[in-house]
Every structure is written in C-alpha cells, then in structure tokens.
Design a protein. Structure first.
Length: 137
C-alpha cells in the first residue's frame, strides 16, 4: 500500500507526540521512532534535529491526528501503544492522547484498551521492532 506523504508525516508526528507525553525520552523510544522514521522515508538529519528539540518544542500541535484511512490509524495506534510500552511505563497522558486520536479516526477506546492488554501479554514482541506500519508498506 502506498501511504500518502501527509499520512507519513502525521504518523511520525504522532509518534513524537506520544513519546513526549510522559515528558521524557528513553533511548528505547528514540531507537523505535528512528527505525519508523527511516521506514517512512525521512532523512537521518531531519530525525536527529527533530528529536533533539522534541521536549522543548512549544510549537508542536498536539491535537489528535486524523489519517486518510482507518487502517493507517489502526496501525498508528498499535505502534503508538508499542512505543508507550517500550520504556516499560505507559503514562496516562500517552494513553489518553492515543485514545483521542483513535476516537478522531472512528476507533473505539475499548479497541485501544484491548490492543494494549494484548501487547502487555507479549512483552517479548516489543523489542523485535515488528511494527504494525510494516504490514501497510
């Protein structure tokens, strides 16, 4: 599937927003976002500049993101949940923002909770970097 450039940009932006919701950036989060950023076609220089300023960037709009297709939104929510879990600390802010984004895309909060519960039962999968995004591109 060819993901539109706007959705690619929003996917990366959404992951960055999710990562900063707990007001800290773990190395595991940075590594995960870097791999997804590369897969989405963003340059290493762009990523490095963005990640270095992420926590201080007061201009980053944190409104929930609307994707062009629901399957892209589902993929994003799942990868956002993986990102939230990779540092072993899912904050309420991260989960609330992902649920708001799910709602914006017509997905039920119950579905988000079910995906989170399922991912928590499979912690060995988090480090493998088998992202939901990969099933789309």
């Amino acid at each position: 599937m060819q993901i539109p450039q706007l959705d690619r940009s929003n996917y990366l932006k959404g992951l960055l927003i999710t990562a900063r919701k707990d007001e800290q950036l773990a190395d595991s989060e940075i590594d995960m976002i870097r791999k997804l950023s590369e897969r989405l076609g963003f340059s290493a220089d762009f990523f490095d500049e963005t990640i270095n300023n992420l926590l201080e960037n007061k201009y980053l709009n944190e409104d929930p993101i609307l994707f062009s297709e629901q399957n892209i939104a589902k993929s994003f929510i799942e990868d956002g949940l993986r990102l939230s879990l990779v540092d072993e600390n899912v904050s309420a802010n991260e989960l609330d923002w992902l649920k708001q984004t799910a709602n914006t895309n017509g997905l039920d909060a119950k579905w988000v909770d079910e995906r989170l519960k399922e991912l928590k039962t499979k912690p060995h999968l988090l480090g493998r970097m088998d992202f939901a995004l990969y099933s789309l591109i």
